[in-house]
Design a protein. Structure first.
Length: 370
C-alpha cells in the first residue's frame, strides 16, 4: 500500500554507501536500498536513482599517491562508473539505464527538456534511470558540484513527488551530532531559512563530496518545486521499512504549498546566467509583471558575452539581484544600444525590435539567490 500516495520519487545514494571501504563497490548497504526500490515499483511508484560513487568505486585500481591528480580522478570515475552500474544491475530483476549529465546538459533549456523526455520515456517502459554526474569528462566550469543538488535538479526535471536523500546520519540535527552529544534530530521542517542552514555545519562523510549543507540546499531546490524531501540514514534497513510504512525515519522538509512553475524553477535553480545587465540602484519596476518596462535607458552596464535566448542576471549597481531572465538581445547589441548618446535612437530601436526581456521568461530572485 502506497501510504504517501507517491507516484514518482527520486532517491539519492552517496559514495559512502556505494564504496564504504574504499576497495571498490560493495552491496553491503545497497541491498536494503534495492529492496526498497523494488517494493516501490511493486506498489506502482516510479523510481529514479541518482547514484554517486564512480570515483570512490574506481579508486582501488590506482596508486594512492596519484589519486589527487585530475587525470587520475577522471580515470577512477571512468573505471568506477562501470563497476558501480554492474553492482546495481546485479541487485535488480528489471532493466536499468545509465544517464551521465553535466551542468551544460541542465543549464541549456533544449538539452534540459531532452533529459526530461528521456527520463519520462524510460519510466514509461519500466526501465530504472540511474543518474550520475559525468565525472570522466566534467571540468570545474561544467560541474554541478555535488550529487545532492543534482538529485534536486533531477527531481524537478522528473516532476517527482518526493526526493529521498540518503546520508550517514538520521537527518538534520540542531547541531552537528559528530561534535555535540546533545544534538537533537529535527523531524519536520516546514520552511527552510537561514536558521536551518546554520544548523547544517560541516560534512558528514569522508568519502563523498557533499555534506549536510548541500543536502539542505537540495531540499530547498526541491521543496520550492513542490517536492517533499527527506534526509534519512541510508545505512539502516529500518529507514526503508519506515518509509514503506508511511513513516518519517529522518528529517522531512515540507513541499512549498505554492510551488514555482517548472520553467521558472529551471531558470532560477538550474540555468546559469551567461551575463549580466546592470540597472540603476533606484530601479523599481516589478519585472515579472512589467518586464517590458526594462529599457536601454535603465541599463548602465552590460557584463559578459551572451546570445539571444541565453539566461542573464538582472541586478542593480549595488549588487542586489532582481531576476534571471531569457534575453531577447545579444550582449553585443545591448552594449551598442546602451552606449548610444542619442536616446531617441535607442527607444525607437527597441520599439521596433521588442522588449529586452519578456514577462513569460522572468524569474524574480531573492537577493541571495544565485
Amino acid at each position: 500500500m502506497n501510504r504517501f500516495n507517491w507516484k514518482r520519487i527520486v532517491i539519492k545514494v552517496g559514495s559512502a554507501l556505494i564504496a564504504p571501504h574504499g576497495k571498490g563497490c560493495s552491496s553491503q548497504y545497497l541491498k536494503s536500498i534495492a529492496q526498497f526500490i523494488m517494493s516501490c515499483r511493486t506498489q506502482g511508484i516510479e523510481v529514479v536513482l541518482v547514484s554517486s560513487g564512480s570515483v570512490a568505486a574506481g579508486s582501488h585500481l590506482f596508486p594512492d599517491e596519484l589519486q589527487q591528480t585530475i587525470p587520475i580522478k577522471k580515470a577512477m570515475a571512468a573505471a568506477g562508473q562501470a563497476e558501480m552500474m554492474g553492482t546495481w544491475e546485479k541487485l535488480f530483476n528489471f532493466p536499468t539505464a545509465q544517464m551521465l549529465l553535466t551542468r551544460c546538459d541542465l543549464r541549456d533549456r533544449e538539452r534540459y527538456v531532452s533529459v526530461r523526455e528521456t527520463i519520462f520515456t524510460l519510466l514509461e517502459h519500466g526501465v530504472l534511470p540511474i543518474i550520475n554526474e559525468n565525472d570522466t569528462i566534467v571540468t570545474d566550469k561544467l560541474k554541478v558540484g555535488d550529487n545532492d543538488n543534482l538529485s534536486a535538479i533531477v527531481a524537478a526535471a522528473a516532476d517527482a513527488d518526493a526526493l529521498i536523500i540518503c546520508s550517514d546520519i538520521n537527518g538534520l540535527y540542531n547541531k552537528n551530532p559528530h561534535k555535540h552529544d546533545d544534538a537533537v534530530l529535527i523531524p519536520n521542517i516546514p520552511e527552510i531559512n537561514a536558521d536551518i542552514f546554520a544548523m547544517a555545519d560541516g560534512a558528514t562523510s569522508a568519502v563523498g563530496t557533499g555534506g549536510m549543507i548541500t543536502k539542505v540546499e537540495a531540499a530547498q531546490k526541491a521543496t520550492l518545486h513542490g517536492i517533499d524531501t527527506y534526509i534519512v540514514n541510508g545505512f539502516t534497513e529500518q529507514t526503508f521499512e519506515m518509509l514503506l510504512n508511511g513513516e518519517n525515519p529522518g528529517t522531512h522538509f515540507s513541499s512549498d504549498p505554492s510551488p514555482m512553475k517548472e520553467h521558472l524553477h529551471w531558470m532560477t535553480h538550474t540555468s546559469t546566467a551567461q551575463g549580466e545587465v546592470i540597472v540603476e540602484d533606484n530601479f523599481t519596476v516589478k519585472l515579472d509583471a512589467h518586464s517590458e518596462e526594462l529599457t536601454s535607458d535603465d541599463l548602465i552596464e552590460i557584463k559578459g558575452e551572451f546570445a539571444v535566448g541565453d539566461t542573464i542576471l538582472v541586478r542593480k549597481h549595488d549588487g542586489t539581484k532582481l531576476a534571471k531572465a531569457k534575453s531577447n538581445y545579444s550582449s553585443c547589441l545591448l552594449s551598442f544600444i546602451t552606449n548610444q548618446e542619442d536616446k531617441n535612437f535607442a527607444s525607437d530601436f527597441q520599439e521596433q525590435t521588442g522588449p529586452i526581456i519578456s514577462d513569460k521568461n522572468v524569474a524574480l530572485l531573492e537577493s541571495d539567490t544565485l
